[in-house]
Write a protein that binds this ligand. Structure first.
Ligand code: ADP
Length: 251
């Protein structure tokens, strides 16, 4: 039986009267790597942010292993404490890393487990070391973000997400802010996580990653999911004209 981790349905969102998401839907199974692709402005980032309530959807439902995200069953939005508790179950990796500049890599990663999960300083640092080793940053634990390359900073940000032991991780264009030569080290770490069975949703323009690593590719355009399927189907035999046109522009 498929074990569903995340299920989003009928997600709508407007900004200033412009509808950016129109009944967007997505279901993610345990261990699955889902890659969201689509033209710029099609709503991918907004959809990803709605999944853990960084952006409040106007309507729709998001369930994390059956638990309604963001709102109670009576429709009222959760308070900050409950939202923080839910968000700790969903890792998020930002395009621009969002690390604390005054903290070492180790303390950036240890902060969540300490503050949100109540681990002692020692336990949190031990966990941070483990996760930094997992992203091949063991040699840099004491450095601050300014002493690290963009690719290294992004790997620290991935370790920070992992340290919370989340049920899934959302990646918002994790390599878009990187110099081209630094993309591979981040993509390689993401591939290792996918192969280790992490549940992941990734917005990216890295089509090689999508083709090689995704279990499923989801094509979005105009605020909704147009087509989805295994990479070979989406890239080699797209079912819709819109998908074909988008992929055609990439070459
Ligand atoms: P994508 O990730 O596919 O490029 P986005 O979700 O970033 O698309 O953006 C979809 C549309 O929503 C764009 O037109 C963008 O300008 C708009 N948008 C996104 N965030 C905001 C915001 N906070 N306020 C106003 N407009 C926004």
């Amino acid at each position: 039986m498929v074990n569903t981790v995340l299920q989003a349905s009928d997600v709508c969102k407007s900004f200033g009267g412009r509808q950016v998401l129109k009944d967007a839907a997505l279901s993610v199974a345990e261990g699955e790597t889902v890659v969201l692709i689509g033209p710029s402005g099609s709503g991918k980032t907004t959809f990803l942010r709605c999944l853990n309530w960084l952006e409040t959807p106007d309507s729709g439902r998001i369930r994390l292993r059956g638990d309604l995200v963001g709102r109670a069953v009576d429709g009222r939005e959760h308070g900050e404490a409950e939202l923080a508790r839910q968000r700790s179950r969903i890792g998020f990796v930002f395009q621009r890393f969002n690390l604390f500049a005054h903290l070492s890599a180790l303390d950036n990663v240890a902060m969540g487990p300490r503050r949100v999960q109540g681990l002692s300083v020692g336990q949190a640092r031990e966990r941070a070391r483990e996760e930094l080793a997992r992203v091949h940053m063991a040699a840099h634990v004491d450095k601050r973000p300014s002493q690290l390359s963009g690719g290294q900073q992004q790997r620290v940000a991935i370790a920070r997400a992992l340290a919370m032991r989340p049920e899934l991780i959302l990646f918002d264009e994790p390599t878009s802010a990187l110099d081209p030569e630094l993309v591979t080290e981040v993509v390689d770490v993401m591939r290792e996580l996918a192969q280790a069975g992490m549940t992941m949703v990734v917005v990216t323009h890295e089509m090689r990653f999508a083709r090689q690593t995704a279990d499923r590719v989801v094509f979005m355009d105009g605020g909704l999911v147009i087509e989805q399927g295994p990479p070979a189907q989406i890239f080699d035999a797209p079912q819709t004209e819109r998908t074909r046109r988008f992929l055609g522009h990439l070459h």
